[in-house]
Design a protein around this ligand. Structure first.
Ligand SMILES: Cc1cc2nc3c(=O)[nH]c(=O)nc-3n(C[C@H](O)[C@H](O)[C@H](O)COP(=O)(O)OP(=O)(O)OC[C@H]3O[C@@H](n4cnc5c(N)ncnc54)[C@H](O)[C@@H]3O)c2cc1C
Length: 406
């Protein structure tokens, strides 16, 4: 007799878990609280869905749990094998965007990713129940009673996501069901989130994009992160783009905890202070000329207007003014005053700690038969397909293990 499994949440992780559980021989019911599967997949990557990164390093991820535990979970399915699953098993060809090291569907349509996953589940025999939220979980002899006895399963995979974009069905309902079992989340906070704040010199620079590098420096001077050179966007309310999103959680986490947030220091063209110092010493012309040489004109003018020194021939800059200009160009403190919250967060920081799981099975140690995967857990990655990779890997592992022979 095949095992009866319930998966809750038809997002990236839940669809993957349901597919692998069904392929492993289980009778799988996938319950989704909304009327559609994979709403977040549909909106991802600007509706192109960045399915996977091309390369992955351990420090592409953040977790408050043991990094070793996380590494061991990733070891169960490397990028190459995961990529093959999409192309060979799901029939979804992927194309590499070389400049950003990201995989997208060849069609550039997120809908094709969602449809490939749903169709694979249906072919594997998964029964999908829409408009069916999981609200309560109770261990009973031989399995789990769900929603006060409305459903029963021998094994449950909870893949209900986190708190980001609550309007589409991810507002922590799964966390509440876990809290009913005494399983607590670490404090959660919006991550990969645009920040609010005034543009340099009080100018309105919305729409300007450029490549920058951002250092995150704690109030005690410790460098918390050095971001690689990546895209920066001035928005109507502040700052966005991967360079900002990838470090936003450092500011938001401290701010939400009532602590003094770290400073975000921007090099406006991604080069270190030494390179800017050389430019200020050797460039022929004025400060304005040098700034315009490297930066979009409106930003160069705003930086010039906000400086107490004004324009001057570079040859006439004294040591102090030159040092000040180099700092403004290589370590400009962004005037961050807030953030765009869960509404605009791409993922959740914090969540259910990995430490409550057996990393070989994704099963909650204290609650046999209950497995977790995806964004509900205390793991998130930077921009670049890393978050979906986590959803695919953790979903597959949970799905395989719930269907495994007793
Ligand atoms: C705008 C945006 C763009 C993004 N772009 C990318 C990208 O290009 N690449 C990338 O790697 N990552 C991207 N991400 C992040 C990525 O979408 C998430 O990491 C990923 O969707 C998490 O998968 P999940 O299955 O764990 O959760 P989700 O995708 O959030 O799925 C959870 C599902 O569970 C359902 N649910 C919730 N509670 C219950 C319940 N109690 N009972 C039943 N069902 C429930 C929800 O309705 C939802 O369908 C993006 C995120 C956003 C918001």
């Amino acid at each position: 007799m095949s095992r009866n499994v319930l998966v809750a949440g038809a997002g990236a992780a839940g669809l993957t878990a349901a597919y692998f559980a069904a392929m492993g021989g289980a009778r799988v019911t996938l319950v989704e609280r909304t009327d559609k599967a994979g709403k977040k997949i549909l909106m991802s990557g600007g509706t192109r869905c960045n399915v996977l990164p091309v390369v992955m390093e351990p420090d592409d991820y953040h977790t408050g749990s043991s990094p070793n535990r996380l590494r061991n979970i990733f070891k169960t399915w490397n990028l190459e094998a995961c990529h093959r699953w999409f192309t060979d098993e799901l029939g979804l060809p992927l194309a590499c965007e070389v400049e950003t090291n990201k995989w997208f569907p060849v069609s550039n349509e997120a809908r094709d990713v969602r449809d490939a996953l749903v169709n694979a589940c249906l072919r594997a025999g998964v029964r999908i129940l829409y408009d069916t939220p999981l609200t309560r979980l109770k261990p009973v002899p031989d399995g789990w009673s769900i929603n006060g006895g409305a459903l029963f399963a021998e094994k449950v995979v909870l893949a209900s996501g986190g708190y980001s974009v609550p309007s589409i069905g991810t507002d922590g309902l799964g966390h509440q069901a876990l809290a009913g079992l005494g399983l607590a989340s670490t404090p959660v906070y919006p991550a990969l989130t645009p920040l609010r704040g005034a543009h340099p010199g009080g100018a309105q620079l919305a729409g300007i994009t450029l490549q920058v590098a951002v250092d995150v420096v704690a109030p005690n001077g410790a460098v918390l992160a050095r971001n690689r050179r990546s895209g920066f966007l001035f928005t109507h309310t502040g700052f966005s783009g991967p360079a900002v999103l990838d470090v936003s959680h450092h500011w938001i986490r401290a701010h939400e905890a009532g602590e003094t947030p770290p400073r975000l220091l921007v090099s406006w063209d991604g080069r270190p202070a030494e390179a800017w110092d050389t430019d200020f010493r050797t460039f022929k012309g004025t400060v304005r000329g040098l700034l315009h040489h490297h930066l979009p004109a409106r930003l160069a003018d705003a930086l010039l207007a906000s400086s107490p020194h004004g324009d001057a021939p570079l040859a006439e800059l004294g040591k102090d003014k030159r040092r000040d200009w180099v700092l403004r160009m290589a370590a400009y403190p962004l005037a961050v005053a807030g953030h765009e919250g869960w509404r605009k967060a791409e993922v959740t920081g914090g969540g259910i700690p990995l430490d409550v799981l057996d990393p070989a099975t994704m099963e909650v140690r204290t609650h046999p038969g209950l497995h977790l995967c995806g964004e509900i857990l205390d793991v998130f990655g930077r921009i670049g397909g890393f978050n979906f990779y986590w959803a695919w890997v953790s979903g597959r592992l949970a799905g395989q293990k719930v269907s495994a022979a007793r």
